[in-house]
Design a protein around this ligand. Structure first.
Ligand code: NAX
Length: 323
């Protein structure tokens, strides 16, 4: 049976890169038919229709239908997976609070639509910034969707960390694993390599990688570096990482490998409960679990707390916008 996948903000640049990946099977595998639901706002309706035309023209064998709409109820109806890319970007001269306020009202409205019209076991991935806090608002206003089903994207940061290690050590990216992104998808995120390993081909030997300082800031600032180079923010890497996030959540992580996902904190690693915080997770049977028992040194603890504090501040800013 075809899986219905919602992409909001589908006429935008991440949406444009993401929908063909989904239609080609990069997200749910080469044997899983999909029906794409694409939502955007009325000013983008023409562009959205153009994306639909291109999807038809590409004749993807797995694509069993396309819904392109500006109606949030139609978009959310019966969806099994929701990828929330649409949001209000920060524009010149706007205060942080103004951007937060716009996104809080978008995510509050879309939470209700998902709660009422999506499939009961719908899995949600929030990509739009501020991703962790948008996901938290969505969770708060969709109380009947299990908290476990609402996540945000930090897999791009995770993949960026893998890519940087591969470049710096001159090894294949596929031989690097178990980096961790802790916290917020913002420049306070903590890319942690204390538990990462590189498996050199043939040897089956793992070595501990210790990279601090400049590596951390490179990963934290990679989004800004892409904007500087491209004059546009990351799109293909964001789309590909969103596919990885859902792929591993639905189909499972390989044995011995974990990935980073923004999930609802239950207090693990002394992170305050009630935040959507990025943790190392493994996935099995469509469920994620936080990797437990990793040793946290003083340096890591400080960084993990700093990014948690930023999320606590964002949460109160979001609540003040609701008041
Ligand atoms: P674009 O501005 O190209 O596209 C956003 C689209 O969302 C537009 O087509 C817009 O019309 C639509 N939209 C706005 N309000 C909407 C609403 N209420 N309902 C449905 N659609 C709506 O941005 P793009 O480069 O695609 O980035 C999308 C979001 O991803 C941004 O918030 C961006 O900051 C965020 N990112 C998050 C990343 C992550 O790792 N979590 C990385 C990439 C990206 O920066």
């Amino acid at each position: 049976m075809a899986v219905r996948v919602l992409v909001t903000g589908a006429a935008g640049q991440i949406g444009y890169a993401l929908v063909p990946m989904i239609a080609r099977g990069a997200m749910l595998g080469p044997n899983q038919p999909v029906i794409l639901h694409m939502l955007d706002i009325p000013p983008s309706a023409g562009a959205l229709n153009g994306v639909k035309m291109e999807l038809i023209d590409a004749a993807f064998p797995l694509l069993k239908g396309v819904v392109a709409t500006t109606d949030v109820v139609e978009a959310c109806s019966g969806v099994n997976i929701a990828i929330m890319v649409g949001g209000f970007p920060r524009k010149e001269g706007m205060e942080r609070k103004d951007v937060m306020s716009k996104n809080v009202s978008i995510y509050k409205a879309q939470a209700s639509a998902l709660e009422q019209h999506a499939a009961p076991d719908c899995k949600v991935l929030v990509v739009a910034n501020p991703a962790n806090t948008n996901a938290l608002i969505l969770k708060e206003f969709a109380p009947s969707i299990p908290a476990k089903n609402i996540t945000c994207l930090t897999r791009l940061d995770h993949n960026r960390a893998l890519g940087q290690i591969s470049e710096r050590l001159n090894v294949q990216v596929s031989d690097v694993k178990n980096v961790i992104i802790w916290g917020n998808h913002s420049s306070t995120q903590y890319p942690d390599v204390n538990h990462a390993t590189v498996t050199t081909k043939g040897w089956r030997k793992t070595m501990c990688i210790r990279l601090h300082g400049e590596f951390i800031t490179t990963v934290q600032q990679r989004g800004a570096a892409i904007i500087k180079a491209r004059k546009l923010s990351s799109a293909l890497s964001a789309a590909s990482s969103a596919c990885d996030h859902i792929h591993d959540w639905v189909l499972g992580t390989p044995k011995g490998t974990w990935v980073s996902m923004g999930v609802y904190s239950d207090g693990a690693y002394d992170i305050p409960p009630g935040l959507i915080y990025s943790f190392p997770v493994t996935c099995e049977n469509g469920e994620w679990s936080i990797v437990q028992g990793l040793k946290i040194d003083k340096f890591s603890r400080e960084k993990m707390t700093a990014t948690a504090n930023e999320l606590t501040e964002e949460k109160s800013l979001a609540y003040s916008c609701l008041a």
